[in-house]
Design a protein. Structure first.
Length: 272
């Protein structure tokens, strides 16, 4: 069993516990009552042809299977406000409980605190989670190609779009990029961390990003330690970066995001 398989077993068990408390019908009512989803595609620069900026997706993550405890984050709402003030375009809230220490309560707290699009970051393996995301104010969900069949990728994307949300489709190999493109993904992430082994290989980004159609928003995921890594991803074709650890473990995340955006814009100016 890979790390990913193992995580998904826990994700399903936790989802079944929640489903016993909140039925799908109840979630649908809550989703219908929620404010409409915000446009994460536009926030990430999707429709604009120039794309001279590097967008930042700033993540709220307490711990991870690869790194253990990262930050206690007693007040996710205040961290989210710092992220938004620093110029993040989207905030990623990791809601997976067992391995990452997150929850839907974090998503609720962040939703109440900021007006920019939110990514519900989790291991989506069931439609129930997509309804949950919308009911709790998410605007964007993550679909991990390695965890899904083509049929699931298509169905889950279609449902997300029906609910007004966008989808970040995460890939790690050439074959997964082909599958993401076949599913008409327009926000495509390359995770340089292999979810089956947890190894990080930053050089993977440049080789895979070139395979993604230019109409898509290309997101470099994982492994940003500092401005040099940001420049590396921007030079390699990233339109956006998804950063967790470097921000949750920084005393001044607001300044850090501004620094990453400046490094990204400088590298993109050279690229263009
Ligand atoms: O903390 P990092 O190295 O900046 O990584 C953030 C993000 O890419 C990572 O949390 C992530 C990418 N894909 C995932 C899927 C599930 C859980 C977590 C992730």
């Amino acid at each position: 069993m890979t790390v990913l398989d193992d995580i998904i077993v826990g994700v399903r068990e936790d989802m079944e516990s929640r489903r016993r408390l909140v039925s799908l019908a109840e979630l649908k009512d809550r989703a219908a009552a929620a404010a409409p989803a915000l446009d994460a595609w536009t926030a990430l620069g999707g429709p604009s042809p120039s794309r001279d900026e590097l967008k930042v997706i700033a993540e709220i993550k307490r711990r991870s299977p690869s790194k253990g405890d990262l930050a206690s984050i007693a007040d996710p709402a205040s961290l989210a406000v710092q992220y938004a003030d620093g110029g993040a375009s989207v905030i990623s809230v990791l809601t997976e409980q067992r391995r990452f220490g997150g929850s839907l309560a974090d998503l609720d707290a962040v939703r109440a605190a900021v007006g920019i699009p939110l990514l519900r970051k989790d291991f989506t393996v069931d439609e129930y989670q997509i309804w949950e995301a919308r009911a709790h104010g998410a605007d964007l969900i993550l679909l991990i190609v390695a965890a899904l069949s083509d049929a699931q990728l298509n169905e889950f994307s279609a449902l997300s779009h029906e609910l007004g949300m966008n989808v970040l489709v995460e890939t790690h190999t050439e074959e997964e990029i082909e599958r993401a493109v076949a599913a008409q993904a327009r926000i495509i992430g390359v995770n340089v961390r292999n979810l089956k082994t947890l190894d990080v290989d930053r050089s993977l980004f440049g080789s895979l990003a070139g395979l993604i159609p230019a109409e898509a928003v290309i997101v470099a995921e994982s492994g940003v330690r500092g401005a040099d890594d940001v420049s590396h991803y921007a030079a390699g074709g990233a339109n956006a970066i998804l950063v967790g650890e470097a921000l949750v473990s920084d005393a001044t995340p607001r300044e850090r995001i501004a620094e990453f955006k400046a490094a990204g814009a400088a590298a993109i100016a050279v690229r263009n």
